[in-house]
Design a protein around this ligand. Structure first.
Ligand code: 5CA
Ligand code: ZN
Length: 412
């Protein structure tokens, strides 16, 4: 699929520090250790509704990862999917008497505009599930041939399921116990009670066509793919196994990333699928989780239409640490607008305190598991000094402005 427009990332003097990030599978902050090219896969949207601030916060998190790797001298190979065929999309299209293809295309187009406005660096490969169906069929066929997948005992709809125990490592990503897995599986798109499965935790790979549902021809019969195999296939075919980072919001820790990894590892016989599994916290509104079912979404496009500066939205979402669940409030946005104005005044002064030390602090904080609150505090303190006329360096304002752009993605 077409991706969105990129923008030039300014060059700043020196080199960033190796990035350390939280990894859920080992339960610690560990160094990422990319080769010349850092490889990242971040799960994309299911395009049945507009981009809300929760989505935005997640993509901004991984945008910061991208920027710190660039600053540390790496190229970045970034892949993202679009779940443009799945139950939620079909249900919404049915509810609104919409065409699921048109709905998906419309919301994907809006997402691209939102990402561009928020200055999120685009992936090099932006791949829809629908366009990836031939490659998804190929990997399912291999899982069946290798004995890791089976047909459910159901004469009418003999769907294909994945034996979750195929790799012998199931659970290593989330580290959840079986009771928690069963509960989350049921809550997030799984079907523990489906009759005819060998185990409640086995996950759908291929759903045989039901009347009125879209389907694609395959050697198993017409149908459509399950959710997790989509990301395994798209990531493996572009990044190979052992890529540097699998990312998404914390609601993807289980089941999605556990199964994507298990499918891929059963396919390749290699472990791990990703070297880091990193997740952004959930954004809520007024004390409640932001979700489509609660109807309390704040859309990026709504804020854009209200002429809110996207840099303020970015700064507001980055003002807390990416891993904390947090709430969006009007005050958060007001504070960010105020801070943006202060920073802008500081970087347009004729002279300011030297840039070197504050850029170094910025780099150190961001390399430390994307510690944006400390990075922002360091910039606040430099800006206060600058505005108190405590600096004489003529280059500093421009250099700090470039660093804020390169490392935080904020244009002043
Ligand atoms: N298409 C799948 C991934 S393959 C999917 O989860 N789509 S989504 O549209 O539901 O979510 C897109 C991304 O936004 C996911 O990484 C998800 O974890 C994240 N996300 C969804 N809601 C929130 C929220 N309230 N706060 C933070 N991130 C969120
Ligand atoms: Zn995914």
């Amino acid at each position: 699929m077409e991706t969105w427009q990129t923008h030039q990332v300014p060059q700043i003097p020196g080199t960033g520090y190796p990035l350390r990030l939280w990894d859920v599978s080992t339960g610690q902050v560990r160094p990422t250790a990319p080769g010349k090219t850092a490889k990242m896969y971040v799960c994309g949207i299911t395009p049945y509704d507009a981009t809300h601030l929760g989505h935005a916060a997640t993509y901004l998190t991984f945008d910061l990862v991208y920027r710190q790797w660039l600053d540390a001298g790496h190229d970045v190979h970034y892949v993202q999917n679009i779940t443009d065929i799945d139950d939620p999309l079909l249900e919404r299209a049915e509810r609104d008497q919409d065409d699921w293809v048109v709905l998906g295309m419309r919301e994907t187009a809006l997402f691209r505009e939102d990402m561009e406005a928020l200055r999120v660096l685009p992936p090099q490969h932006y791949i829809g599930a629908v366009e990836a169906i031939p490659e998804i069929i190929e990997v399912i066929a291999k899982l069946v041939a290798d004995g890791y997948a089976y047909r459910v005992q159901d004469e009418e709809y003999p769907d294909i399921y994945f034996d979750h125990a195929a790799t012998g490592r199931f659970g290593y990503e989330s580290n959840y116990d079986e009771a928690k897995m069963l509960a989350l599986f049921a809550e997030r798109g799984g079907d523990p009670d489906r009759a005819g499965k060998r185990h409640p935790l086995d996950a759908l790979l291929w759903r045989m066509a039901r009347p009125g549902e879209p389907s694609w021809e395959s050697e198993f019969g017409a149908g459509r793919p399950g959710w997790h195999i989509e990301c395994s296939a798209i990531a493996l075919n572009r990044l190979g196994s052992g890529f540097d980072l699998q990312g998404g919001g914390s609601d993807l820790i289980f089941p999605h990333h556990e199964y994507s990894a298990a499918h891929a590892e059963a396919l390749t016989g290699e472990h791990p699928f990703a070297r880091h599994y990193t997740h952004a916290g959930m954004i809520g509104l007024d004390g409640e989780k932001m979700s489509k079912s609660r109807g309390n979404l704040v859309f990026v496009s709504r804020l854009r239409a209200d002429k809110v500066n996207p840099n303020a939205v970015r700064l507001a979402l980055l003002s807390s640490h990416y891993r904390t669940d947090r709430f969006w409030t009007d005050d958060l946005l007001k504070d960010a607008e105020h801070r943006l104005a202060t920073w802008r005044s500081a970087v347009t002064l004729p002279a300011a305190p030297e840039a070197g030390p504050v850029i170094d602090r910025l780099r150190q904080h961001l390399a430390d598991d994307l510690d944006t609150p400390s990075a922002i505090a360091a910039l606040d303190s430099w800006a206060q000094d600058a505005l108190g006329r405590r600096g004489t360096d003529l280059e500093a304002p421009g250099q700090v402005r470039a660093a804020i752009d390169a490392l935080l993605g904020i244009e002043l």
